[in-house]
Design a binder for this molecule. Sequence first.
Ligand code: SAH
Ligand code: SF4
Length: 350
Amino acid sequence: MENRPSLLGLTKIQISEVLKPFRQPAYRADQIFKWIHHHNVDSFEEMSNISKDFRQQLSDHFTIKTLGLVEKNIASDGTEKYLWKLPDGKHMESVLIPDKKRNTICISSQVGCSLGCHFCATGTMGLLRNLTPGEIVEQVLQVMKISQNRITNVVFMGMGEPFMNYPRVIQACKILGDPEGVAIATKRITISSSGIVPKIYQYTDDKLPYGLAISLHAPDQALREKIMPIAHKFPLDSLMDSIRYFMNAKKRNRITFEYVLLHGINDTQAEARKLISLLSPIRCKLNLIPCNQNHLGFNAPPPEALEEFVALMMKAPFTVTVRKNRGEDITAACGQLAVEIAEKSIFMKI
Ligand code: SAH
Ligand code: SF4
């Protein structure tokens, strides 16, 4: 296994810290940061404004990229799924969703997830480990290079719960938003959380500029705790309090709520009405996501039921959108990411 530490997950200040023993001029850290994140190089050898000797020293002590591409699949709608092997042999996935005006990458924050939402394939894996800031940022760099696409939007909607890996996710956002690096506009980076209440307070107090999406999925506590075990620990009332705190502190434009439509569970007219009254006082956008097929037995509403639900929701005073299912034929859609290789090896051990 690779023992040299990677410089890819470090901020400029952290790079200058690790370079101290090499007695380099102060601007060296900035140069290296720019080579890694702006020029997206794979090796120190390519850093042509650094002396040959020091490039050699850098590659003796450090590395840059650590993710191995195992497989890339392209769906009929153009969605691309990337399966990565991590340095410790574990696997995780990223998804690129090209669209007319923007290219969105959906990145992972953890290998698996501990929260076990009943409809989500990642949840069935349990948590294998947190990703490092470098492993989070590298998903964006590698996909940009391999697909030769500019990436305009980053969403933490791959594997894992970003707020259960808070400091590493925030560090990755800071690196991705750095104007001398990949320079993704901060408002085009969105963290999606299932509602880890203390972290919503912390995120507000840390005054971070990235977008926030909350996975709501039910308009009342009783139903929410039936499908999302985390709702027992952080009930809907306290979640809504934390969201009001967040909205008041920042005078933000709006927050996004996500609502997976599970037929026969949360897609009746009664739920639509409750959802309108719950969210009306909040400056928000609601994104309805017809459930994607996985092995967990939940279904999207049939077209008539979806139409009825959406028609009622259109009366809401906030914006409502219905998400297109992208990449379903390569199991790249939300809630479909579960590393089959990892599962197979677990089965083989048993
Ligand atoms: N853990 C975070 C982010 C990753 S999940 C969260 O839950 O928000 C990304 C999104 O996919 C969430 O909104 C999640 O609820 C949704 N999702 C999970 N399973 C799904 C499924 N089967 N169909 C559609 N969306 C799903
Ligand atoms: Fe984890 Fe999000 Fe899946 Fe729930 S929906 S199990 S929080 S990844």
